[in-house]
Design a binder for this molecule. Sequence first.
Ligand code: HEM
Length: 373
Amino acid sequence: MPRTGDGHKPSVGGRAGATVTRRSALIGLAAVGAIAAVDVGGFLFAGGRLTPRTVTPSRFVDRFEQVFGRHEGFRRNHAKGVSATGWFTATGAGSAVSTASVFHAGSRHPVTGRFSLSGGLPDAADAADTVRGLGLVFRLPGGEQWRTAMIDSPVFPDRTPDGFRDRLLASKKVPDTGKPDPAVMALFLARHPETAAAMDIIRRQPRTSGFGDSTFHGLNAFRCTDRSGATVPVRWKLVPEQPVRHPGAEEESGRDYLFDALVRDVTRGSLRWRMFLTIGEPGDPTDDATRPWPAGRKSLDVGTLTVDAIDTEAPGNARDVNFDPLVLPNGIAPSDDPLLSARSAVYAESFNRRSGEPKSPSRVNVSEVPDER
Ligand code: HEM
């Protein structure tokens, strides 16, 4: 199994749109650095939501550091993680809506991934209610790439970048209690009913036992274009082939119990997820990741992701990848969701900071994972 490294810096800037963004991901390091300097400041224009409280990518990343502290060399969010490798095989069903080569029937593409837990603490104790993440890079013919970062929640808590940045502060733990201040959170939720509604949906979804039996959702909407030029809105998700378990609290022991179980699972045999594209209909929100699309929307089973190796984060593997959601292949384009351009710009800022810093070893060392008790 090749340990595929990233080899290039992230793409940046939301204003450019999909084509230029993808191209900027494929050109040389110095040029991308220059684009970063010019481009990342303006992401709120792209979402059409320029407000007097304009947040720059730099201030957004400062907010993560304010809440979680500054941990040199680590991602400012989803700091705790492991690298993964595997491949994707396409059923061909995706070609009904998109020309993307990733969906060509029978095609197989190498994938680099990263399993993570949300939050900016690289050595946080694993917990059942921490959001689980999976970032993927599909390496496609002709040097194309598709990058996506998904989480195990059915909706995102925030509709706008400003909302996310304010919620981060509202959820900051108070030293006395080790929990967020309930009054501050109540005030935030009163101002953000969309977040209160999304959190209700998230709370109703039962937790699964670990990474291997989690469904990972892309949440943001995108646009797929077929051979005739017709375009449809889509959202994607990965549904595990592994049986789903809903464990009791007694199973949650050990500081790294979720990662340890993932490593043991992959040592025993590959893990597999089926990828589904859900097709939106007129009126379904494409600019609001807090709202699910109605049940019963057409869904295409577009292929299978197989993960057959997990590695400690190290130079050249997923540690050095920026899972920028605007690095897209031809045939998939961004929607009008304001989170997308913000994510692209903020991930670039986080990447640029961490890649210029010294880094201590990551918490999860795959070679030291204990056998099951
Ligand atoms: C305005 C909205 C968002 C902001 C500002 C934000 C911010 C961040 C940052 C700073 C990172 C670390 C990037 C790096 O250093 O490489 C990150 C990672 C991540 N985010 Fe977000 N995020 C946002 C929305 C989302 C959404 C909607 C999802 C899921 C659909 C998501 C899933 C993830 C995942 C899975 C990772 C870890 C990827 C990896 O392993 O590198 N984020 N996010």
